[in-house]
Design a protein around this ligand. Structure first.
Ligand code: ADP
Length: 452
């Protein structure tokens, strides 16, 4: 069942049910009040007749006595202990009451009874007749007038129920449209997205604070995010294939050169093998970095522990000085134990050290200190530096300040983005301070091991 139909059905059924309940309660209360009132009035008349009988002496004719107390629309009669009635006086309009069989009752009776499809009051009071016998004085009155009023009330209430249904129908229609319209528009947009493969947004006409507006707004925000993710994925794949294209072209051209003339020219053979080898190494590095970036953070298996920064950095400095033949100075202002994943931190320092080596020629300084509640590790070079406009972009994937220069130095523009993700995974902060022509300081802020 459609949402619109459900809303319509539920509201209409609920409202009609409520109206029927209220109107029924009004009718039942009113009719009970009317009948009770009639019953009291009839009983008062019967009592008056009983009192009259008690006061009268034996010489008075019982028929005359009863005539004096005959109700307007009814009958009064004396019923003996055998259930027989010899004395009864009936209004000419209610002659049918004479046919009603008589009964003797020991106690007092007051009730509304149906006779000939009409309600009647029935009062029976035990009396001692003027002749000294036990009998019942019974009074019956037709309540045709009351029944007529109640019939009119019934018609009025039914009419009210039916008339009230019309605005309910309209309002439930408006309500269901109000709720289902944005949902339908959302479904329509989703279907269009699925069919066309293009990201679309729902038009949100009015600024409002209701949940439907919020749902539309959230949907649009989600589409924005999906589109941005899709675009960045697309860009990533494009960049990755572009980066792989150059080494592959070099390998392919050297391989075909080898095929054609490799055996005749040994110097060409050596040059080609060298070039193929270095490009293969570059490709391996690139694919390794790509794999790291593609891997979800959950699969990084971060193992946080207390890491002695001085011990870790000393090892890294040794390897780098040997590999790059560079002078690297270590300054420890305060020896600190940081809370980090040892392997990831090492990898992160490798990226920053490699950059410092690649983009500077002079000595490199490494500084360990404590900055407030955090451990601070700085890698300082006096190299070419980065301009302030570029500084915000260097953490983007595949971003290189000078593509031609980077190609020569061997970078793909993935190092810093990988470093940033590693720092995030360890709850650390990575900052770059740089001035073009003067040098760069890479800072890593880590939580102290004691704070855990
Ligand atoms: P790459 O592999 O190209 O070095 P990175 O992501 O590590 O990629 O760095 C992005 C860019 O930032 C580099 O191309 C380089 O131009 C610049 N850069 C990074 N570190 C330094 C540094 N220490 N000095 C100068 N430039 C740097």
């Amino acid at each position: 069942m459609k949402l619109k139909t459900k809303i319509n059905l539920y509201t209409i059924v609920m409202f009609i049910l409520l109206l029927v309940l209220i109107n029924s309660a009004i009718y039942v209360t009113f009719s009970r009040m009317m009948y009770d009132h009639e019953l009291d009035r009839s009983a008062a008349e019967a009592l008056k007749a009983v009192k009259g009988m008690n006061k009268a002496n034996a010489a008075i004719d019982i028929g005359d006595l009863l005539r004096a107390y005959m109700p307007v629309n009814g009958m009064v009669k004396i019923v003996d202990t055998n259930g027989k009635s010899d004395n009864s006086i009936t209004d000419p309009n209610q002659q049918y009451l004479i046919d009603l069989p008589s009964h003797f009752y020991k106690g007092e009776i007051r009730e509304i009874m149906e006779y000939k499809d009409l309600p009647h009051t029935f009062i029976s009071i035990p009396v001692i007749t003027t002749g000294g016998e036990i009998a019942n004085l019974q009074v019956m009155e037709s309540l045709e007038g009351t029944a007529h009023i109640l019939r009119i009330l019934r018609i009025v209430l039914i009419a009210i129920t039916l008339f009230a249904t019309i605005p309910i129908l309209f309002s439930s229609q408006i309500l269901s449209n109000f709720i289902s319209k944005p949902i339908l528009s959302m479904i329509q947009t989703m279907v269009e997205i699925r069919k066309s493969g293009k990201y679309k947004r729902i038009s949100l006409p009015k600024q409002s604070k209701d949940e439907l507006f919020q749902m539309g707004e959230t949907f649009n925000a989600m589409i924005d995010q999906l589109e941005a993710n899709y675009e960045s994925q697309e860009q990533f794949v494009m960049n990755a294939s572009h980066e792989l294209k150059t080494p592959l072209t070099i390998i392919e051209s050297y391989a075909s050169l080898l095929k054609r003339r490799g055996l005749q020219q040994p110097e060409l053979f050596h040059e080609s093998v060298e070039a193929i080898h270095s490009e293969a190494v570059r490709m391996r590095e690139l694919t390794q970095q790509l794999l790291w970036l593609a891997r979800h953070k959950d699969q990084w298996n971060i193992d946080m522990q207390a890491v002695d920064l001085e011990e870790l950095i000393s090892g890294v400095i040794q390897s780098f000085s040997a590999a790059f033949h560079r002078k690297i100075e270590l300054k420890v202002t305060e020896s600190v134990m940081a809370h980090a994943d040892k392997q990831k931190l090492k990898q992160l320092i490798y990226i920053l050290m490699e950059n410092a080596c690649k983009y500077s020629d002079g000595p490199i300084a490494v500084h360990i200190d404590q900055d407030g509640e955090k451990a601070l590790l700085e890698i300082i070079d006096r190299g070419i530096g980065i301009s302030s406009e570029e500084l915000t972009k260097v953490f983007d994937r595949f971003y290189r300040v000078d593509k031609a220069r980077s190609r020569k130095t061997g970078g793909f523009g993935l190092g810093l983005s990988l470093a940033k993700e590693m720092a995030d995974a360890m709850n650390a902060q990575l900052r770059l301070q740089s001035e073009e022509g003067k040098g760069t300081t890479a800072q890593i802020f880590l939580y102290l091991a004691d704070s855990y």
